[in-house]
Write a protein that binds this ligand. Structure first.
Ligand code: GAL
Ligand code: ZN
Length: 629
């Protein structure tokens, strides 16, 4: 069975509406709803006073209608009494501004008060609903870190110091790691260390990276505490929390180990032509996080969102196409934000499965059609997607590459997307992996700007290629280690021997906006040779010791210098080739790895289990031939 449904917020409506909700859910084929995500103030109207009566009725009504519940721990938005009574719970920004109540997620992740009260609420819910027959899974909090991923308050500062002490043991070890000999930053004791609040100029890079790691860990600790509570009450029910695709604030490799099923919220812009490729990339990440285990699309919009400058509705059929894309790429559930479109509050202009205009609407018809379609796909549940290509993606590189005191302002995600796009255009499915993963199952591994890499990770990539795997490594890989200390003697570590190159000097071209290709005119450099075209974003002085040069820089100070090289089955790419050239290069790589390609046009094709999906993202009618490959 495929889960189908959405966030259900019945507390926004008089109880008379609930019966109609249940009837309409049945009509639409809804079988799972997420309940209680923002219900803290309704469940605990005053500190220590709990009111579960309304939720009992909601749960019973859903059960009677045959709808299962993904029950939230309701801790995502602390009620006004909490921040009124304990204002120290409110988070503080880098610039020292204490955020106010009146919105949501107004809590410091390290706050002991928040942690205590959230844990108590989770316990009450676990105790009360553990045996409820509607309960299917637990939804911990909501989108951890979405609005507040880093907090700079005194409580967080204390927690950061404790985290550092646990990580380094001694202040000398911290000094060594952070390179505090520079700029007179040497610490005599942990008590002197602060979170990286606003500073006169560049903050210490190690301090910044560790604060990113610490902040992600604090969020994960919150999740862990609540997950442990509900698990103790219902050991056999799955526990999840909704991820946000490629979200910088949380290292989902770590999180994925702590959820029973990955779930994701996905809001690509319906008006943006790159959305199908970008959405495909996030779906591939979600599938990869637990190594191919099916995941749940926990939230998407039935049509428009309400938080962009211009909120385009989904075109007819687009919602179904994107939902099928998720299923094709490994999802066993398709849910929406939210069931019934609100009439008040900050999200009343966000589409709902039941729109303001009612059920005689296009949106409702598409919702019911999709429900019926997914019911027909029930047997796909649990089946897997096989990928022969993998892209290395790591949060440490994301965090460190995008610091300020680096060779150029690059976007890690945009660079990964620039390599994902030509794969998507060739209908080649990719997994995402960490650099230290077992890569033996892949024929091709692509490494876009793995800026921060341990020696062991570089060794693992080198061993993969040395053992016959096809490896594509791009610029700004292997530049610093886990402490952000330079990887010496020309960067790349053990990859130097595998690739037959080292890097002598960087010559970045321009800040990127890759997804907006064509809207500006970023500086380019001509690329000449077997692989000819243009490069953007980056160039550098590559010293070739033992590799074929497939392309050289055609102009500027680097003219004649290597831009793309190949040694056996290992490629090095010292620029971002234009889209066509990246594709040509990948064609060579894929051909030599014997991975089949299939030019997509507007039609995305994915094989999952015994199903072949063909999803048209264009607006013209196309005919789909039933190819056997
Ligand atoms: C998500 C969030 C939902 C809702 C939705 C609107 O980020 O989890 O509660 O706000 O966005 O697009
Ligand atoms: Zn704080």
């Amino acid at each position: 069975m495929i889960w189908y449904g959405g966030d259900y917020n019945p507390e926004q409506w008089p109880e008379e509406v609930w019966a109609e909700d249940a009837r309409l859910m049945q009509e639409a084929g809804v079988n799972l709803v997420s309940v209680g995500i923002f219900s803290w103030a309704m469940l605990e109207p005053r500190e220590g006073e709990f009111d579960f009566g309304w939720l009992d009725r909601v749960m019973d009504g859903l059960h009677a209608a045959g709808v299962r519940v993904d029950l939230a721990t309701a801790t995502a938005s602390p009620p006004p009494w909490l921040t009124h009574r304990y204002p120290e719970v409110l988070p503080v920004t880098k610039d020292g501004v204490r955020l106010s109540a009146g919105s949501r997620q107004q809590y410091c992740p390290s706050s002991p008060v928040y942690r205590r009260l959230a844990a108590r609420l989770a316990s009450k819910l676990a105790e009360r609903y553990a045996d409820h027959p509607a309960l299917a899974m637990w939804h911990i909090n909501n989108e951890y870190g979405c609005h507040v991923s880093h907090c700079y308050c005194e409580t967080s500062a204390d927690a950061f110091r404790a985290w550092l002490e646990a990580r380094y043991g001694t202040v000398d070890a911290l000094n060594a790691a952070w390179g505090t000999a520079f700029w007179s930053q040497r610490y005599a004791e942990f008590a002197e260390v602060q979170p990286p609040r606003a500073t006169p100029t560049f903050t210490n890079p190690g301090q910044l990276l560790d604060f990113d790691r610490f902040s992600a860990d604090q969020l994960l600790e919150l999740y862990r505490a609540e997950a442990a509570i509900v698990r103790a009450a219902t050991p056999s029910l799955p526990v999840t929390t909704n991820f946000m695709g490629f979200f910088k604030g949380a290292d989902y490799w770590a999180w994925a180990q702590e959820v029973d099923v990955v779930s994701d919220d996905s809001y690509p812009d319906p008006a943006d032509p790159v959305s199908p490729a970008y959405a495909a990339m996030t779906r591939d990440l979600m599938r990869s996080l637990r190594h191919g285990q099916p995941w749940i699309l926990m939230e998407q919009a039935p049509s428009a969102v309400n938080w962009r400058a211009r909120n385009a509705p989904k075109a007819p059929g687009q919602m179904a196409a994107w939902s099928k894309q998720a299923v094709a790429r490994g999802a066993d559930g398709i849910l929406f934000f939210q069931w019934r479109q609100s009439v008040a509050g900050a999200e009343k202009f966000h589409s709902g499965m039941v729109p303001h205009a009612g059920t005689d609407t296009r949106v409702w018809r598409e919702i019911t059609e999709l429900g019926a379609d997914l019911a027909g796909l029930a047997e796909i549940e649990g089946s897997r997607v096989e990928a022969r290509v993998a892209i290395v993606f790591e949060w440490d590189s994301w965090w460190s590459l995008e610091q300020e005191a680096v060779p150029a302002r690059l976007s890690y995600l945009e660079h990964a997307f620039a390599w994902y796009t030509p794969l998507f255009e060739r209908n080649v499915v990719a997994d995402f992996v960490r650099a230290d993963a077992d890569l033996s199952g892949y024929d091709v591994v692509i490494v876009p700007s793995l800026f921060c890499a341990s020696e062991a990770s570089l060794d693992n990539l080198a061993a993969y290629a040395d053992g016959g795997g096809h490896l594509v490594v791009t610029f700004q890989t292997g530049i610093v280690d886990e402490a952000m200390h330079i990887t010496s003697d020309g960067y790349l570590g053990s990859l130097q021997a595998t690739l037959g190159v080292r890097v002598e000097e960087f010559a970045p071209l321009a800040p990127p906006d890759l997804r907006r290709e064509g809207t500006g005119t970023p500086p380019t450099v001509a690329l000449e040779g077997e692989l000819a075209g243009t490069g953007t974003l980056w160039s550098e002085h590559v010293r070739v010791s033992d590799a074929d040069v497939l392309s050289v820089f055609g102009s500027g100070d680097l003219a004649g210098g290597a831009a793309i090289t190949r040694r056996l089955n290992a490629w090095y790419v010292a620029t971002l080739p234009d889209r066509t050239l990246t594709g040509e290069l990948l064609d060579d790589v894929l051909a030599s790895a014997d991975v089949a390609t299939d030019p997509a046009g507007t039609v995305e094709r994915v094989q999952r289990g015994r199903y072949r999906f063909a999803i048209d993202h264009g607006s013209q009618t196309v005919s789909i031939d039933d190819r056997a490959n």
